[in-house]
Design a protein around this ligand. Structure first.
Ligand code: TRP
Ligand code: SF4
Length: 330
């Protein structure tokens, strides 16, 4: 007897190129999941609009970059279904129907919405679409009858809300949706060049698509142990924001050497950075190469997206047929 594989769904907003934080926080996890489960990964361009509606012109390029990033690290269209949210219009229909059964109070107490209300007095940011963000996310998830949703902890309230909306739908109209479980991904502590969390908005990130020279420059600018002002001062790898990257990228014997020599000032930060640069290049060069392949073969990329979209559409259409039947609406 064969048991069907569980279904996994996750998405990323199309807001720009991915950096090493995304790679270690999300993509390495997706790479494992695609071997075990029936995975659906999509580019959430409608969700990007909730914050980028004043600059929609950047979204198509971001969508493309996202797919290039995914493919270059090894997301395999032979294993996972990858597609664009706005190409599957059924998400919007289900979003509308779910919005009928979602109490306003659930959305108003959602922490992401509450924080945004407190942070910004910018009324333009407080749109109906932003309030409904988690309802669209619920539609994204359950339209594929997903069982598992890999996410970072910041997304947990959204998946909780998805679960509540799903239960409410099933109670009102009949059990057609599995209630999805979040799959929390452990995010290693990865800091940016300036020692703050790696993030595009802090301008401190190393991007997967960065070329050799850019990586070398960025590493050389990295802040190290701030107590270590001079070469002869001892350092502490445990408080240095370079060290987590050494752990991820450098060879065990190099890591051991740094751990031993840094506290007695036997190795300097310049040399330590050279070691990291070499190892980053070693890991990132094949990723860049794969990216270049798809950049040079845009038709291959388009074919992959088209194939993923058509599989996603089939699944979404099948779900919507049942939803319409249950909700007595055509
Ligand atoms: N909100 C998610 C984020 O910002 C993106 C997203 C949209 C998503 N729909 C989803 C994630 C469905 C998981 C499942 O990262
Ligand atoms: Fe950080 Fe390396 Fe300098 Fe030690 S030698 S402080 S680990 S950069």
């Amino acid at each position: 007897m064969t048991t069907a594989k569980k279904r996994v769904l996750s998405g990323m907003r199309t807001t720009g190129k991915l950096h090493l934080g995304h790679f270690h926080g999300v993509l390495t996890n997706w790479l494992e999941l695609q071997d075990k489960y029936d995975c659906f990964f999509f580019a959430a361009d409608w969700h990007a609009l909730t914050s980028e509606f004043q600059h929609p012109e950047n979204i198509p390029a971001s969508t493309r970059d996202l797919f290039l990033d995914w493919l270059s690290v090894g997301i395999d269209p032979g294993k996972a279904t990858i597609f664009v949210q706005s190409h599957v219009k059924e998400h919007a229909e289900l979003h509308l129907l779910l919005s009928m059964i979602t109490p306003l109070s659930w959305l108003l107490r959602n922490p992401t919405f509450k924080d945004s209300q407190e942070e910004s007095k910018n009324e333009e940011a407080a749109t109906y679409g932003f309030l409904g963000y988690p309802v669209l996310q619920a539609a994204d998830i359950i339209i594929y009858r997903a069982n598992l949703v890999p996410i970072g902890v910041d997304q947990l309230p959204h998946v909780e809300l998805t679960r509540e909306i799903t239960r409410r739908f099933n109670y009102l109209y009949g059990e057609i949706f599995p209630v999805p479980d979040p799959l929390l991904t452990e995010t290693p502590k990865l800091l940016g060049l300036d020692g703050r969390k790696m993030s595009k908005s802090y301008n401190n990130a190393i991007f997967l698509a960065d070329d050799e020279e850019t990586i070398r420059k960025k590493v050389s600018q990295m802040i190290t142990d701030i107590q270590r002002a001079r070469r002869k001062d001892p350092g502490d790898p445990e408080v240095c924001n370079l060290f987590p990257l050494q752990l991820l990228y450098s060879r065990p014997e190099e890591v051991a050497r740094i751990r031993e020599e840094c506290p007695r000032a036997a190795i300097g930060c310049v040399e330590c950075k050279k070691i990291l640069t070499v190892n980053l290049q070693r890991h990132l060069a094949p990723i860049r190469e794969k990216r270049r392949f798809y950049e040079r073969h845009p038709d291959d990329l388009n074919d992959i997206i088209a194939a993923g979209t058509s599989r996603a559409r089939e699944e979404a259409a099948a779900t919507m047929a049942r939803v319409r039947e249950k909700m007595k609406i055509s």
